[in-house]
Design a protein around this ligand. Sequence first.
Ligand SMILES: Cc1cc2nc3c(=O)[nH]c(=O)nc-3n(C[C@H](O)[C@H](O)[C@H](O)COP(=O)(O)O)c2cc1C
Length: 185
Amino acid sequence: MSTHTLGLIGSAAGGLENIRTSLVEPAIARGWQVAVTLTPTAGTWLEDTGERERIEAATGLPCRVAPRMPRETSPHPPIDCFLVCPASANTVAKLALGLADNQALTTVCEAIGTQSVPIVVFPRINAAHARQPAWDSHISALERAGVYLLTGDEYWPLHEPRGAPAGKDLPWSKILDAVDAVSRT
Ligand SMILES: Cc1cc2nc3c(=O)[nH]c(=O)nc-3n(C[C@H](O)[C@H](O)[C@H](O)COP(=O)(O)O)c2cc1C
């Protein structure tokens, strides 16, 4: 039986603290094997709470943060679909510009270039991030590259910084529905 592996990339934005219970375990329940890679800042956040270890226990794979040594092989299997969630404004901008200065960005930048598997990105941003003068061109560049961007009120209405309603959560099921949909095409 073939295994479908979801490469989940987490960056340092709201919702990261819940990715195991809200994305990893539900994706496994949907039939995915999940391989998680975190940006360095996201890695420190989930190391601090013990979630990195719990993600490894849930997935049975290392939760990557640092790049491998040249003598080492990749600890993750080949990926069938990437999901960048939550994607900070910083990580979206770097992806659009092709900046690959950490393991998470290296992996997704290469996937954007090879065009071999679908890439879904959920930008977890606020209205100020979206008004940054380069934001629209970053989004356009990623769309032209075939990246599936989960944006708009349907996914994440933009609030001013610190203006989101208390307890506002990411639309986890809709995000996984999008992953399943693009993986079927
Ligand atoms: C508590 C906290 C919450 C944050 N939430 C967000 C967020 O929801 N979206 C965002 O774009 N940046 C957010 N940031 C800022 C990013 O963490 C920061 O830009 C960081 O450099 C992103 O790094 P990364 O993209 O490499 O993970 C937050 C920062 C802190 C300290």
